[in-house]
Design a protein around this ligand. Structure first.
Ligand code: FAD
Length: 553
């Protein structure tokens, strides 16, 4: 039997999706949505772009207003209303009206929790300073904006190099501020592997953004009108504005108080229908613990796509549709000025953590046919099972067409496809858009060649472990390219001269030979020559000199 009354906590991604879907499925249901803040259904993901002036009108951030939603969906929307408690026995919530200060009870047949995640604000000395901000909602955005205007800010420190930190860094630059990013890890954008993030490290230099890696904030101190950011290394940065973007944590206070089960990752535990340990209470979005699509383990992956889909699934299930949420694969993308980085599935770090065997390749491809003007290069890193080639993850950094390729790969991962399948994908091609063999096809070819033993590879981080006395490192680029920088200890025989110079490297027939060129393509041809001429231990450097050199900067 369909419930008569559904109460929703949280009125943005998951909550608003659930409300709209419930109404579309049941015209007579009483639906009440409580939102602690002033706004519902706002564009969280657009907030940094308002600060940067890319989105100019405040109203544009409000995807839907309470009045608009009420009119279209006949939903009782109560903003400035914080749900303080859940009485699971009586099936009612206690709500505080944040305007009048009064509190009251509201009963429910089914309850959906979509309270999101709160930005981390660790107890660092001085963190309460009025110019130290986090960014979660519209109010935070306007507060930052107002501070920039009133304080005549000239510089900013962004703490945390995740996607919100990077988007804020870019947008603060658009506002004319000098930006420094401070990141505790040795790389920004944790979902990328190091050598892929290193491309962004180099890129940031070209945008005059300072990057401080492997350092965290020890304390903030007021210094006149400025704030002194003291780092663990002892380094001090003077700034007008600090944005803390060091991650988020699920909002589980309400769920905990109600005695709902909390998972090992500290997200609300839900079943496949998104029901919590109390079957009358559903939970969706950033607040819940999901299953990682690749490794099958519990995880927290706070993204808008999953939150919106989960809201719909919970609503479906409440209305009697046997819908299930399967897992999250973490497909995400970030724009940093004109470069784009995107990921889907697991990276090397995660696969290692879960002891999942993998192989990976790096492929540098033009975004479209090079003879048509405007092509730019992208690097695709593909991770896959060494046994059957099933895709495990992908990362792409480039300037054009990154979004399209990551979405093809995300779809392929969902469909449990292999690298062999990628070769067969028939993707749209005309010179302004792609090549007859799309970069995704190319990645499939390279990975398949590797698995079939035609192109044995070595990763950039294994080069330093080679027994240099007994290894030939052969640079197959042109003499000119070689003279401009090469792997130390390598010798240069351009690929086109290799066949007539085989006698010079004869002694390495049974020894390790590592081949490289700029991207791995010419050295693949060289690999094929040497393997067919009886060299037994040949390996091609994945991603070539480009990947090796950026990772070793
Ligand atoms: P939210 O959308 O955060 O909504 C939760 C709401 O619940 C809040 O408004 C909160 O006030 C309310 N609430 C909490 N507790 C209570 C209570 N007790 N009573 C009443 N109301 C309550 N994701 C992407 O995939 N791509 C992006 O580009 C992207 N960019 C982002 C940029 C920024 C600046 C931010 C902050 C997030 C971004 N995200 C992005 C993440 C994305 O916004 C979230 O994953 C998504 O909004 C989560 O949806 P949710 O419904 O779980 O929580």
């Amino acid at each position: 039997m369909k419930p008569k009354k559904v109460v929703i906590v949280g009125g943005v991604a998951g909550g608003a999706s659930a409300a709209a879907r419930l109404r579309r499925l049941d015209e007579d249901m009483e639906i009440i949505l409580f939102e602690r803040g002033e706004h519902i259904s706002y564009a969280n993901c657009g907030l940094p772009y308002y600060i940067g002036g890319v989105i100019e009108d405040r109203e544009d951030l409000l995807v839907q207003t309470p009045e608009g939603m009420k009119q279209r969906f006949n939903i009782d929307i109560r903003v400035n209303s914080e749900v303080l408690d859940i009485d699971v026995e009586k099936k009612q919530v206690q709500v505080k009206d944040r305007v009048t200060g009064e509190s009251y009870f509201e009963s429910y047949d089914k309850l959906i929790l979509s309270p999101g995640a709160e930005p981390l604000r660790p107890s660092i000395p001085g963190i309460e300073g009025k110019n130290i901000f986090t960014l979660r909602n519209v109010k935070d955005t306007f507060d930052i904006e107002d501070y920039i205007i009133s304080g005549q800010c000239k510089d900013a420190v962004v703490v945390g190099g995740g996607f919100i930190g990077l988007e804020m860094a870019e947008n603060l630059c658009h506002r004319g501020l000098k930006v420094t990013i401070v990141e505790m890890a040795d790389q920004i954008m944790a979902p990328l592997d190091y050598e892929m993030a290193a491309i962004l490290h180099e890129y940031l230099k070209t945008k005059d953004i300072k990057l401080v890696l492997k350092d965290g904030v020890k304390a903030f101190a007021k210094e006149g009108e400025k704030t002194l950011v003291e780092l663990q290394s002892g380094k001090k940065l003077e700034t007008d504005l600090v944005i803390l973007a060091i991650g988020v944590r699920p909002e589980i206070t309400l769920a905990k108080k109600a005695g709902l089960e909390i998972g090992e990752t500290r997200g609300i535990k839900v079943n496949k229908h998104l029901q919590t340990s109390n079957p009358h209470i559903y939970a969706v979005g950033d607040a819940i613990e999901i299953v990682d699509f690749i490794n099958g383990s519990p995880a927290l992956i706070p993204l808008a796509g999953p939150a919106n889909k989960q809201g719909r699934i919970a609503a479906n299930h409440i209305c009697g549709i046997e819908d299930t949420y399967k897992a999250t694969q973490g497909t995400s993308i970030v724009k940093l000025f004109d470069i784009t980085a995107a990921v889907t599935g697991n990276n090397e770090k995660t696969l290692q953590k879960f002891n999942i065997p993998y192989q990976c390749v790096h492929v540098h491809s033009p975004s479209h046919a090079t003879y048509y003007p405007g092509a730019t290069e992208m690097v695709i890193k593909l991770l896959f099972s060494p046994e059957d080639g099933q895709l495990l993850g992908a990362q792409i950094v480039g300037y054009k067409g990154v979004d399209k390729r990551i979405d093809v790969l995300a779809t392929a991962i969902r469909g449990k496809m292999t690298v062999y399948d990628l070769q067969e994908l028939e993707l749209a091609y005309a010179p302004p858009y792609s090549s007859a063999k799309d970069p995704v096809n190319m990645a499939g070819y390279v990975a398949s060649n590797t698995l079939m033993g035609h192109n044995p590879i070595i990763q950039w981080y294994h080069v330093q472990e080679l027994d240099r006395e007994n290894t030939l490192i052969l640079d197959t680029r042109t003499r000119e390219e070689y003279s401009m920088g090469a792997i130390p200890g390598s010798i240069n025989i351009p690929v086109d001269e290799l066949r007539e110079n085989l006698d010079k490297i004869e002694e390495y027939k049974d020894k390790d030979v590592v081949l490289y060129c700029r991207s791995g393509q010419r050295s693949y041809i060289a690999t094929r020559i040497l393997m067919q001429k009886g060299f037994n231990k040949v390996r091609n450097l994945s991603g070539g000199y480009l990947t090796w050199s950026i990772a070793n900067k």
